[in-house]
Design a protein around this ligand. Structure first.
Ligand SMILES: O=c1ccn([C@H]2C[C@H](O)[C@@H](CO)O2)c(=O)[nH]1
Ligand SMILES: [Zn+2]
Length: 139
């Protein structure tokens, strides 16, 4: 994965922005949209969904991946995360673990904002030496 040459489909960014509009974040007011491109080329969306019991909040990235799994998609090319923050929003630790379950180590995770600034990480950069299905092979 070359961060300079990675091609992000315009539709993927549009999908993340659209999901952002549905974020349910009355407590933090921190709205997040995500969209993932599956290996088969389809786009799935997610937004953060908070709860009055704060700890039950689910992030946009994990909702996006679960949404894909529900649709029968378990393999991905990339995921984009949209916020309207000056600082690009990286996935939290829980989301990094779930991303590592389904994405190649070299797959790009792209954060972008309303000014179309962006930051790209590989899955391996976000979660080096991740615990993944390969670590369960001995049981
Ligand atoms: O990458 C991130 C970071 C945070 N959040 C959500 C969780 C919570 O609803 C709010 C503030 O943490 O933003 C996401 O959805 N994705
Ligand atoms: Zn998260």
């Amino acid at each position: 994965m070359n961060k300079q040459t990675i091609k992000i489909p315009a539709e993927l960014k549009i999908a993340a922005k659209q999901a952002y509009l549905n974020a349910y974040a009355p407590y933090s007011k921190f709205h997040v949209g995500a969209a993932a491109l599956t290996t088969s080329g389809t786009i799935v969306q997610g937004c953060n969904v908070e709860n009055a019991s704060y700890g039950l909040t689910v992030c946009a990235e994990r909702n996006c991946i679960s949404h894909a799994v529900i649709k029968g998609e378990q393999s991905f090319q990339m995921i984009v995360i949209y916020t309207e923050q000056e600082r690009m929003t990286p996935p939290c630790g829980a989301c990094r673990q779930v991303i590592a379950e389904f994405f190649e180590q070299s797959a790009p995770v792209i954060a972008f904002n309303h000014k179309d600034q962006q930051q790209v990480w590989s899955v391996a950069e976000l979660l080096p030496d991740a615990f993944t299905p390969k670590d369960l092979l001995d049981i």
